[in-house]
Design a protein around this ligand. Structure first.
Ligand code: CTP
Length: 409
């Protein structure tokens, strides 16, 4: 049997990037031989094994053919006769279809190295279309390697467009899609992921609510970039520049969905877009089964981001309601993430990226003031049950009034 390093490990070594996990392909072997060498099978009937010591994945060279819609619809054929070239041709991109032996000799029948140098994401063969997830993968690689100057080859873009129009994207499971989306959002230029999906018409299939924001104007006085879609991309870009976690990036992407519902005659104003957007945010959250913390933050940011921007003008009672909605007493981290998303929203405006956001510290101070109310003295005064709740609220309101007064001196 011959063993080769394949896929991302070869690509990233040639790019001079750190290699995290290594995939191997084994040519000229049977499952029985692998088991005899101590490899552990990954699934009952899939020709992939884990190395007994390193735990890395070793796959028997295989060919694949699509036999139905979605990911389950695959038949594969693994046998010692399958060649390395046959295994590589079923892969997604030329830059992912190179193999390397233990002497670092490159097998590159589909010119991945040339495309690496040309900074091109290009599909290997028409078999690309057999897995619609690859549309998201290409967009994710475009986001990852944008800083290196990579773009999607026009013929690959055309194929991605065909896949988007074919209805195949709807057959993807929420889990597979979310895995790509969440990884793409954590790249350095997540806005490129959305741009590429939009360019191949996949965005209007996967997230029509986000796609609808392009072409929707906002008032130029607050939003020099005007277009809501472009604003959303900038907010996402800021979230990556400021190294925000996934929860914040997801909330940034979805915060303005309500603006897509504004009737044209009301443009460029978007009255009550925060509230109107909630049903759309919920729909996108559920479509991809986003994790609970992402879902929650996206909804809260959608509903309250304007409160965040107007923090310094809010009445103490409104501030208190905001803090209560976030349960800042038990969930301080979530409120921090809300503040971060608001700040990214403010910075995601053309020409205003560097502007200070004093609202952030003001909101933090308000949370500290409300949290400083001690419960013990109220218990000692004999408050219990709902009355105790009311008394705590009164004290917090007092603390916020004092905080606001002190801050305005
Ligand atoms: N692959 C593919 N089509 C897919 C998934 C994977 O062709 N839908 C192939 C590619 O050759 C890829 C390899 O399997 O390089 C390994 O896949 P994976 O580990 O998902 O990706 P990597 O290329 O290693 O990239 P990453 O750095 O994102 O993990």
């Amino acid at each position: 049997m011959q063993i080769y390093k394949v896929g991302g490990a070869v690509r990233d070594r040639l790019l001079g990037k750190p290699v995290t996990d290594i995939d191997w392909v084994v040519v000229g072997a049977t499952s029985e031989e692998m088991l005899a060498k101590g490899f552990r099978p990954v699934g009952a009937d899939f020709p992939v094994f884990l190395h007994p010591k390193s735990g890395e994945e070793y796959a028997l060279a295989r060919t694949e053919r699509k036999s139905g819609r979605g990911y389950g619809g695959f038949t594969f054929h693994a046998s010692p006769e399958v060649t390395l070239e046959e295994d590589l041709i079923r892969r997604d991109l030329t830059i992912n279809a190179m193999a390397e032996d233990d002497q670092q000799n490159l097998t590159d029948p589909y010119h991945g190295r040339r495309d690496l140098e040309a900074r091109l994401l290009r599909h290997v063969s028409p078999a690309f279309a057999e897995d619609p997830l690859r549309v998201l993968r290409v967009a994710r690689f475009a986001a990852r390697y944008a800083a290196l100057g990579f773009t999607v080859a026009p013929e690959t873009m055309a194929l991605m467009r065909q896949l988007s129009e074919s209805g195949e994207l709807q057959a993807l499971t929420a889990e597979r899609s979310w895995k790509e989306i969440s990884r793409a959002l954590m790249e350095d230029q997540p806005q490129v992921f959305i741009e590429v999906l939009r360019a191949c018409d996949a965005l209007k299939v996967l997230m029509p609510e986000v796609d609808a924001l392009f072409g929707v104007p906002q008032p130029e006085a607050h939003h020099p970039e005007i277009d809501t879609g472009l604003h959303t991309l900038s907010v996402l870009e800021q979230s990556a520049l400021h190294k925000q976690p996934l929860t914040v990036r997801w909330a940034c992407l979805l915060h303005d969905l309500g603006k897509g519902l504004t009737p044209e005659e009301d443009w460029p104003r978007h009255i009550a877009h925060e509230h109107k957007g909630l049903q759309l945010i919920k729909a996108v959250n559920e479509r991809f089964k986003a994790p609970k913390d992402c879902q929650e933050l996206a909804l809260l940011v959608g509903e309250y981001h304007t409160h965040g921007h107007r923090a310094l003008e809010l009445k103490p009672s409104t501030l208190l309601e905001l803090l209560q909605s976030f349960d800042v007493y038990r969930r301080p981290q979530r409120f921090e993430e809300f503040i971060a998303a608001c700040e990214m929203d403010a910075r995601g405006r053309k020409g205003l990226e560097q502007r200070n956001y004093p609202q952030a510290d003001y909101l933090r101070g308000a949370a500290t003031a409300a949290r400083s109310v001690a419960v013990q003295p109220l218990l000692e005064k004999g408050f219990k049950g709902p009355e105790l709740g009311e008394a705590i609220k009164r004290e917090r309101l007092k603390a916020l009034k004092a905080y606001k007064e002190a801050a305005s001196v």
